[in-house]
Write a protein that binds this ligand. Structure first.
Ligand code: THU
Length: 185
């Protein structure tokens, strides 16, 4: 294995915020806290760099005549023995509501190819790179779709633009606290 193929370990820090509550004349209001334990994750920087290149390339195909905001996403599925790279771009619609984001297009391609476990997904908002992370991160609907195929090892990487910065790294609990869940039957 060459140096650039190596996997490194990273620590995602714990988040520990207790519940708080307040009595009101109409009843008690609870502000839920967060309790996410520290987690060691494995990440392959050369794979992240490849996904970033592919996502930026995919963004060139974005169909975004309304927003003019180009987005690309690229991913690898953990249950794909060949570790194929899938990509997608945002495709807008005159109805606006029919628009599908880059992340969902990439995930649905992988799902349609038969895969179910998301390994790493990288999103590149090429028109807002270098901005605050909120300007570069997946929308709420995409977070919920990422959650559908994510497990505790899934990584979400957000392109940070700067060539010296590989990206912002999150797991699903940190990307989407309180995400909706249903038992699969
Ligand atoms: N967009 C994405 O493709 N992914 C995101 O996570 C955020 C938003 C697209 C949707 C729309 O075409 C454009 O960016 C502006 O919202």
């Amino acid at each position: 294995m060459s140096e650039s193929d190596s996997t490194i370990s990273l620590t995602l820090p714990a988040l520990s915020i207790p519940d708080t509550s307040q009595e009101t004349d109409s009843g008690r209001l609870v502000i839920p806290g967060q309790s996410i334990p520290e987690k060691r994750i494995s990440i392959q920087p050369s794979l992240v760099a490849d996904l970033r290149g592919l996502a930026r390339e995919a963004a060139k195909s974005a169909y975004c005549p309304y927003s003019r905001f180009h987005v690309g996403a690229a991913l690898v599925m953990a249950d794909d023995p060949q570790s194929r790279l899938f990509s997608g771009c945002n495709v807008e619609n005159a109805s606006y509501g029919g628009t599908v984001c880059a992340e969902r297009n990439a995930i649905f391609s992988a799902a349609a190819a038969g895969f179910r476990r998301l390994g790493v997904i990288l999103v590149s908002t090429v028109d807002s790179l270098n901005g605050p992370v909120g300007d570069r991160s997946p929308c709420g609907i995409c977070r919920q779709v990422i959650r559908e195929f994510a497990d505790e090892r899934t990584l979400i990487v957000i392109d940070a633009g700067d060539e010296g910065l590989l990206g912002n790294v999150l797991d699903i609990d940190r990307l989407l606290p309180w995400g909706f869940q249903l038992e699969k039957s």
